[in-house]
Design a protein around this ligand. Structure first.
Ligand code: PLP
Length: 397
């Protein structure tokens, strides 16, 4: 066989990563919807609300006022100042504008941070379950993921000692995500502080993905940005996607030490350049006007969480904790393994989709094989319909 003909045309680094599991599930659901099938869709990782009207108006005004040209790579100064002021006011942080860069969604900020911090062979500690992209972004950078199990019996709680045990001489960074996608777990401010301190003392970076920071239903909203004594080893990733229901606008940001944020902008400048200018103008409006829309959406998420949780808990065999943040439930479905040929959450999610017409995401993509993720960012009607279908499906097994 000729080795030239069989060699992959693709680089070794692209072959290290996988297609996003959540996007793959959405594609199959879209195909069924297009075929006219009525689905109860709990798959989406995005708010069901429209972007608030005053934010949309700012986007429209940006187009009409010809704010349609390139900007500095990390965003216009007015935007970076709005991010700075909002974060300082809400969380007590003290970043300078030069320590802030806007990006095309929080995902790009996260990608940039990991690419500039993680060398080949470096270890990155990631609590399980994790958001799907963490491991692939680390692997693309050449890093090695060190997965840390959390305490499912305690709502997937993560403690400083769990993290500490995973640290070796090769540990370069720890990725935190509170509230968490997919578990909805919220780590207490005290535990976050201890993790940040133990990392700082060892020269390890904490990359804190705080995309759901405002969707925290405990009464203690917290960002590690308030731990100003450890800022040298912290990069905070933020996003307007979930906070203001702006997923499609693609506007995120990073807060961190100037040399790191500057390197992240260098990378961004050689790839995408500035985030969309119209979205930057809309983001300024979002960050500087009334924050009532966040409180309204939060109140609705709490109502929807309680509705879906009550329904799920009535299905014999399903075990689900009560999450304190984000907009997902992450029930354990392993009681059904061994029944009717099912042996993994992928089997359960696939059968739910095709037989009950309920869209969920299998836990495998998030690092656990006993769970499925359900998003309650949808209407009460869809939740009622989906719960009814799941009750019938699981009841037949
Ligand atoms: C934990 C987490 N981080 C980051 C992101 C990226 O969000 P965006 O790029 O829309 O800001 C998401 C989106 O689902 C997420 O769930």
């Amino acid at each position: 066989m000729n080795p030239v003909e069989t060699a992959s045309p693709l680089t070794e680094r692209i072959n290290r990563i996988e297609f996003s599991a959540t996007l793959a599930a959405a594609t199959e659901a879209d195909r069924m919807k297009a075929a006219g099938i009525d689905l109860a869709d709990f798959g989406a990782g995005e708010p069901h609300f429209a972007t608030p009207a005053h934010i949309k108006q700012a986007g429209i005004a940006a187009i009409q006022n010809d704010k349609t040209k390139y900007t500095p790579v990390g965003g216009v100064r007015e935007l970076r100042d709005a991010i700075r002021a909002r974060h300082a006011q809400d969380f007590g942080s003290n970043y300078a504008v030069e320590e802030i860069a806007a990006s095309t969604g929080g995902k790009q900020a996260l990608f940039n941070a990991i690419q500039v911090l993680v060398e080949h062979g470096d270890e990155v500690v990631i609590p399980v379950p994790y958001w799907v992209s963490f491991k692939d972004i680390v692997r693309y950078a050449g890093g090695e993921c060190v997965f840390v199990d959390t305490d499912e019996a305690n709502g997937f709680a993560m403690t400083p000692s769990m993290i500490e045990r995973a640290i070796t001489s090769r540990t370069r960074a720890i990725i935190l995500n509170s509230p968490s996608n997919p578990s909805g777990a919220v780590t207490s401010p005290e535990d976050l502080e201890r993790i940040v301190e133990l990392a700082h003392a060892r020269g390890i970076y904490v990359i804190s993905d705080e995309c759901y920071v405002y969707l925290n239903y405990s009464d203690r909203i917290f960002s590690v940005g308030s731990l100003t004594g450890c800022r040298e080893h912290m990069v905070i990733i933020g996003s307007l996607s979930k906070t203001y229901s702006m997923t499609g606008w693609r506007l995120g940001y990073a807060l961190g030490p100037k040399p790191i944020v500057s390197a992240m902008q260098k990378l961004q400048g050689q790839s995408t350049g500035n985030p969309n200018t119209i979205s930057q103008m809309a983001a300024i409006a979002a960050l500087t006007s009334s924050q009532q829309c966040i409180a309204d959406m939060r109140a609705d998420y709490i109502r929807l969480r309680d509705l879906m949780l009550a329904g799920l808990q009535q299905i014999p065999g399903i075990a689900c904790h009560r999450p304190e943040g984000a907009f997902y439930l992450y029930p354990n479905v392993s009681a059904f393994f061994g029944r009717d040929g099912m042996s993994s959450s992928e089997d359960v999610a696939r059968r739910l989709l095709h037989e009950a017409h309920v869209v969920t995401v299998a836990g495998e993509g998030f690092g656990t094989r006993e769970h499925i993720r359900l998003s309650y960012a949808t209407s009460a009607e869809v939740i009622d319909k989906g719960i009814q279908r799941m009750r019938e499906f699981f009841g037949r097994l």
